[in-house]
Ligand binder design. Structure first.
Ligand code: GDP
Ligand code: MG
Length: 439
């Protein structure tokens, strides 16, 4: 979706005068892009109608930068389509907060239960506990227990011989007695929605009185994901959605349609198989990412878990003022290196989808070391003003870092593109909110 819309946006961005014909053409492309991304056709129709109405309004036509205005409208409408604001977990006034995971088999319930427990402990200082409520596949209990061990989070299990209702009841009692303030119940899934499953889930809901019924949906299932969300919502009255596997070759359509079909918020997205691969869902950022502006705030949020707040404030300031230098880039890489798969982080950077060949670049630790070696071989002045690098300086840097001239050039080119995109992204953007907010 990103690439296609991005091209349209680029075409219209510089326009000093936008005609009705331009807007019509743009809307046709937007419609195609959305349909291609598996967005529900009813949702697309409404979206196009809303955007066209606003785009044809007098204030846009009279504006000095109509092209930009139209883009802003598309972004705003995309954002509102996905719910507008980030929605937090529903917390109970009286602990424990109970979160029930539901969804089809393979959607990512068990994995997400673990990720969510980790996130709640790490970012919200909660004391979570997991309940092994999938008794139909013996491997499911093992899987949850392994995750619990790995994260050092207690898992309440009674094996697979008891009824789920009993397990949940006893689990909740255990949590209360041991002052564990957040209970996440992993439940069984099926390949398809069936009555047995739904009855069991309804019983668990009755007993657990969850504050949150979190539907976990595999984003790779496209239009199916929307149907699944609709059915679960009709039967269980879910309170939130986690969209998993957005790291894959996923089309973003599900994120766009689920909210408008169920009217329930997407609260989290799964972005990797690893336990730290769960992020708060921010409609505005998702809209920006879809429009190719990158997702700098998500990067910052992720980095925040591991790095000093002061450093981050400084970085943001630099991004805003566009005084981000190669030296900052170097420091940033150091921080980011501890965060896991770097290619994913880099891809979230503004304009990353425009950097040629980036999708083919696997930025492993070694390659980061190489890039860092190159920057370290520059003088401070060169790091601040890379445009001053002539060929002999570049040769010196290549020799000093033990890398090729080609690699030096590639780094400089990529850095330039990145800066350009960052500038675009931060222009006219407001101040940043506390990424973790209050819950
Ligand atoms: P469940 O049957 O709903 O409990 O699904 P699981 O939690 O067992 O997950 C099924 C598979 O999807 C596992 O291999 C997970 O590692 C994988 N998975 C879950 N969430 C994500 C995600 O966000 N990204 C990726 N790449 N894989 C995921
Ligand atoms: Mg499971």
């Amino acid at each position: 979706l990103g690439g296609r819309l991005q091209d349209i946006m680029d075409r219209i961005k510089g326009k000093g005068k936008v005609t009705e014909q331009d807007i019509k053409e743009m809307m046709r492309e937007v419609r195609l892009a959305l349909l291609e991304a598996d967005v529900n056709f009813k949702v697309v129709r409404q979206f196009i109608k809303d955007v066209s109405e606003r785009a044809n309004g007098a204030d846009v036509m009279k504006s000095l930068t109509p092209g930009q205005q139209v883009i802003k409208i598309v972004q705003e409408e995309l954002t509102s389509l996905m719910g507008g604001e980030n929605s937090k977990i529903n917390m109970s006034q009286k602990p424990p907060t109970v979160i029930m995971m539901v969804g089809l088999q393979g959607a990512g319930k068990t994995t997400t239960a673990g990720k969510l427990a980790l996130l709640l402990r790490k970012s919200y200082n909660k004391k979570p506990m997991l309940i092994a409520g999938d008794i139909y596949r013996p491997a499911a209990i093992d899987q949850l227990e392994t995750i619990g061990k790995q994260l050092d989070i207690p898992v309440y299990s009674m094996g697979d011989k008891e009824r789920v209702e009993t397990i949940v009841e006893n689990g909740l009692k255990y949590a209360r007695e041991n002052h564990l303030d957040t209970v996440i119940i992993d439940t069984a899934g099926r390949l398809h929605i069936d009555e047995d499953l739904m009855n069991e889930l309804k019983n668990v809901k009755e007993i657990a009185k969850p504050n949150e019924i979190m539907l976990v949906v595999d984003s790779m299932t496209g239009q199916d994901a929307v149907n699944v969300a609709e059915s679960f919502n009709n039967l269980l009255d879910i309170t939130g959605v986690t969209l998993t596997k957005l790291d894959g070759d996923t089309r973003g359509g599900a994120a766009l349609s689920i909210r408008s079909v169920t009217e329930k918020p997407i609260k989290f997205i799964g972005v990797s198989e690893k336990m730290d691969g769960l992020e708060a869902f921010h409609p505005e950022r998702m809209a920006s990412r879809i429009l190719g502006m990158g997702d700098i705030l998500s990067i910052i949020e992720k980095a925040q878990m591991n790095v000093d707040l002061e450093d981050q404030a400084e970085l943001e300031q630099k991004l805003k003022e566009n005084t981000f230098t190669l030296d900052d880039f170097l420091a940033q890489m150091d921080q980011v290196k501890t965060l896991g798969p770097l290619d994913e982080l880099i891809k979230m950077m503004p304009g990353a989808n425009k950097i040629k060949g980036l999708d083919k670049v696997k930025m492993n630790g070694k390659e980061i070391d190489h890039v860092q070696a190159i920057i370290r071989s520059m003088t401070m002045e060169e790091r601040e003003k890379p445009e001053k690098l002539n060929i002999s300086r570049k040769r010196r840097i290549a020799a000093g870092s033990g890398r090729s001239l080609q690699e030096v050039n590639r780094l400089l080119k990529q850095f330039n593109e990145m800066k350009k995109m960052m500038k675009q992204f931060t222009n006219g953007k407001g101040k940043k909110k506390n990424p973790f907010g209050g819950m």
